[in-house]
Write a protein that binds this ligand. Structure first.
Ligand code: MG
Length: 165
């Protein structure tokens, strides 16, 4: 008998436009830009949803919440995470750990790192020490370097019980 431990990963990008702030990890960060997109364009929470779906053969966020469907417009992305967590729970999974990476030139993440960690830990029902927030730039290269967009990656580990093998 072995432990059924699974990993899932997610990646998302949203376009940066001039604005007064943006949602990231369920936290509103006041800054010189906003993120453009369906719902609140919280790329970090969208990447987390896909990571969770990845542990249960759950497809991707676009299948569950099509951007063409007006009912999801301006919907807080916390709702999508709660939906993914519900699917995970119904599948019998327990989240163990979440690791995240924000790739962006702006806003600077460090002053908001703790708030993001607290927000995501609450959403995922995890203690703080099991949620990691990483941030990097691309050294002014590419669309993130030109401040045209913000990218986020997430990886989660899940315990699904035991396998009789
Ligand atoms: Mg998205």
């Amino acid at each position: 008998m072995i432990q059924d431990i699974r990993t899932g990963f997610g990646f998302d990008v949203h376009k940066l436009i001039p604005g007064d702030g943006l949602w990231l990890g369920g936290v509103f960060i006041p800054c010189s830009h906003s993120l453009l997109g369906h719902s609140d364009a919280d790329a970090l929470l969208h990447a987390l949803c896909d990571a969770i779906f990845g542990t249960i053969n759950g497809g991707d966020i676009g299948q569950h919440f099509p951007p063409t469907d007006p009912q999801w417009a301006d919907r807080p992305s916390k709702y999508f995470v709660e939906y993914a967590m519900n699917m995970l729970r119904k599948a019998g999974g327990t989240l163990i750990n979440a690791d995240t990476l924000i790739i962006s030139e702006t806003p600077k993440i460090n002053p908001h790192r703790k708030a993001l960690q607290v927000s995501i830990a609450q959403l995922l029902h995890l203690p703080l020490e099991r949620v990691n927030i990483k941030a990097t730039t691309t050294e002014t290269l590419g669309f993130t370097g030109r401040k045209e967009g913000l990218a986020a990656q997430a990886q989660v580990s899940v315990h699904m019980g035991t396998l009789n093998v």
